[in-house]
Design a binder for this molecule. Structure first.
Ligand code: ZN
Length: 217
């Protein structure tokens, strides 16, 4: 009995140490498990987001997934035609009236500084965005390649009717006086670069893509 007591105390303290370690490893298990649970949830969500082109379902990849634009198809009004003097090849392009009026004012102000710009794309419905993919895929390009540069149908801000692409709508635009002027002045007219050189979402840089958000809205 006298000899047995230290033995029991010894076993009990060992047990306590074991329980302590067990708790710690359980906590560690929980901590390590949480991110993987979140990841799985995101993965499941990504799998749900698909676009259908030519009857083929394509999963929406990052950075677009989770950023679907819910916009109804717009007509005139509230769409308004951009004056052809401001569009490439005098093409008929449309913007929501507020954005269009701000664009006209902005162009007039730029002209005073000797800077001119032209719009080569503005409102595009989700249906039109799909046509872009169909055309590019007919030219032999893969969905996964196109989607690195072009938002999938339903994911383009152009469906909002508040976005313009200035010409040239490619990497050269970043080197133009128009881009430099916009960087310094567009905010005064409510236009902002929404696909900038670096972003948290890591969207492709589209220096030519500007969105009317409004002034102080
Ligand atoms: Zn654009």
């Amino acid at each position: 009995m006298v000899l047995g007591l230290p033995f029991i105390i010894g076993v009990r303290s060992l047990w306590l140490v074991d329980m302590h370690m067990l708790k710690r490893s359980f906590l560690l298990f929980v901590v390590l498990s949480v991110p993987s649970v979140t990841f799985d949830a995101d993965f499941g969500k990504a799998m749900e987001e698909v676009v259908v082109i030519n009857n083929v379902r394509y999963p929406v990849p990052s950075p677009w997934q989770g950023h679907k634009i819910t916009a109804k198809t717009l007509t005139v009004p509230p769409l308004m035609q951009i004056p052809v003097a401001l569009t490439e090849n005098e093409s008929k392009l449309f913007l929501l009236d507020k954005a269009c009026l701000a664009l006209i004012q902005m162009a007039a102000d730029a002209e005073k500084d000797g800077v001119y710009f032209e719009v080569d794309s503005s409102y595009r419905s989700s249906w039109y965005q799909k046509k872009i993919f169909i055309r590019m895929m007919a030219e032999g390009r893969e969905f996964n390649d196109i989607v690195r540069y072009v938002a999938p149908p339903g994911y383009s801000e152009h469906a909002l009717g508040t976005v313009v692409d200035f010409t040239p709508s490619n990497w050269r635009f970043a080197g133009t006086p128009a881009y430099n002027w916009l960087k310094n002045n567009a905010g005064r007219f409510g236009f902002f670069e929404t696909l900038p050189e670096s972003s948290k979402r890591e969207t492709p840089w589209e220096a030519w893509h500007w969105k009317y958000i409004g002034v102080g809205e």
